[in-house]
Design a binder for this molecule. Structure first.
Ligand SMILES: Nc1ncnc2c1ncn2[C@@H]1O[C@H](COP(=O)(O)OP(=O)(O)O)[C@@H](O)[C@H]1O
Ligand SMILES: [Mg+2]
Length: 394
């Protein structure tokens, strides 16, 4: 599935929802109903188009909540309208009803506390990034006594999408036997609505409490640029969230240099981060597109479970895939397999479990390459390189 198309629908849905809630709280119920309906239909489209999307469960729940809100607004509007103060009172009751509360995603919905199941050596290439993460997180975690001068606190992973930032963060968390809290900043901003500031502080408080008890904790903030994002429902909201975040980062950096609390953040748009923000990230690590050797290795990994014709050259594939990201390469391998699986189904043989797909040929790969361009445009790459020259800090 295409992450970016899903993101677009997601943004549209959250925009409609935010506008609906605003109209609702201002008493413009007709507009609110209309907007809730748009939010619902956008979310349903998202769910139908991308049945695997990670936030679908949340969307279905929200769609139901909005539906109920529409019902209750409609029945309230069904009551003959009266002029005068009584009508005002009724309006207020509807607006401040418990529904508006439940429309906000709770903290627990968006902070995932789980142990990821990915090892650091499964991340292909990116040796600089792996070393920096070891030095800044894994070593200090394992032997804090060897770091009398402390260790770098905020760590920022930046680079084009699909190159392993999220994967690296998960692998780092898996290395340290501590508490891993991951939040998607885009979700913080779009779904916590007015609560983002409070929830940012709750996030850091929770982590501090754990470390007070001697437990290490790693906070991972994905898409951290959204914290300063321009798009937002709440005017001025993102400034408060940003300031809260800066304050929390200072807390992590100043006091208690011995506290085993680590903050890792990732972004595809580092140039959206301002100087005060960057200053809180002592290490800034470029997670780049894979080089030829890394690409070959990725093809090796992803085609391991597939049936390949002996003439398929992984070296050649690695060479052809210039400018393709790790995520693109995985997609290509999936698509190639899909070709032979489709053929088997079309031929009517797939229902017999003993049948096999035919071997994948170099021609299959070339077909797929033709239809699938690299997801990172050249100009974007240049922007990363320029930014790196100025801000990289290993
Ligand atoms: N360096 C890499 N090594 C192995 N797999 C990779 C690498 N980069 C990307 N991938 C594959 O692409 C997927 C998406 O990568 P991800 O870490 O989400 O990228 P990012 O966070 O940089 O956008 C990963 O789950 C993995 O399957
Ligand atoms: Mg990511």
């Amino acid at each position: 599935m295409s992450e970016s198309a899903a993101k677009e629908l997601e943004e549209a849905a959250s925009r409609y929802a935010a506008e609906a809630i605003k109209a609702d709280s201002q008493g413009s119920y007709g507009t609110a109903i209309n907007l809730y309906q748009k939010a619902i239909s956008t979310m349903m489209r998202l769910v139908q188009l991308y049945p695997e999307y990670k936030l679908n469960q949340l969307y279905l729940q929200r769609a139901m909540t909005y539906q109920e809100r529409i019902k209750s607004l409609q029945s309230a509007r069904g009551v003959p309208q009266q002029d005068g103060p009584q009508a005002e009172v009724r309006k207020t009751n509807v607006a401040e009803g418990p529904m508006v509360e439940t429309l906000k995603a709770s903290y627990d919905d968006l902070v995932v506390k789980e142990k990821p199941d990915v090892r650091i050596d499964e991340v292909v290439g990116l040796e600089d990034a792996k070393r920096a993460l070891k030095e800044a997180i894994i070593f200090p975690y394992k032997r804090p006594d060897l770091f009398p001068l402390g260790w770098p606190r905020g760590i920022l992973l930046y680079g084009p999408p699909g190159c392993g930032k999220t994967m690296l963060a998960a692998a780092t968390a898996a290395e340290i036997d501590g508490y891993f809290m991951t939040v998607d900043a885009a979700s913080i901003m779009s779904k916590w609505l007015g609560e983002a500031e409070r929830n940012v502080s709750k996030l850091f408080n929770t982590a501090r409490k754990l470390t007070d008890q001697g437990q290490p904790a790693l906070i991972f903030i994905d898409e951290v640029d959204s914290l300063l994002g321009v798009r937002n429902q709440e005017v001025g909201g993102e400034i408060r969230v940003r300031n809260q975040f800066l304050k929390e980062m200072d807390g992590v950096m100043d006091k208690g240099h011995k506290r085993p609390l680590y903050v890792l953040a990732a972004t595809n748009k580092p140039w959206q981060l301002d100087t005060p923000f960057l200053r809180r990230f002592e290490k800034r690590i470029y997670v780049s597109l894979p080089d030829t050797a890394a690409r070959k290795f990725m093809f090796e990994q992803y085609t391991k479970p597939l049936r390949l014709d002996t003439a398929v050259s992984l070296t050649e594939l690695g060479r052809i895939a210039e400018n393709y990201s790790g995520s693109d390469i995985k997609d290509i391998c999936q698509s190639v397999q899909l070709r032979v699986v489709s053929e088997l189904f079309e031929a009517g043989g797939a229902l017999d479990p003993s049948t096999k797909t035919r071997q994948i040929t170099m021609a299959d790969f070339k077909e797929v390459f033709r239809a699938r361009k690299p997801s990172v445009p050249r100009e974007a790459l240049k922007a990363f390189i320029t930014w790196s020259e100025n801000y990289k800090a290993l």
